[in-house]
Design a protein. Sequence first.
Length: 95
Amino acid sequence: MPILRLRVTGNRNAADAIIATLNGVDELERVEEVDDEIPTLRDDSTSLELPDDLGASVYRIEVETPHRSTLDKVHDLIEISARDLDAAVEFVDRF
């Protein structure tokens, strides 16, 4: 089955809204947020996680469907949703 993998950069509410939108699409087999296997570490060991150091979070989402044509429609839906939510979305082959 075709799988669409994407990264959403933004806040938790934006990621949740995109997932909720995807869960409303009947033709999808699975919509799942995937944990990062390797946590992102900063190179700067002097960082104290001050407000200036804390940026937007990245959420990894997988979407699975039996039909490639459905993924093409979902791709457009995700882009529109992300734009409306002031989030960035990146489609990737693997995380």
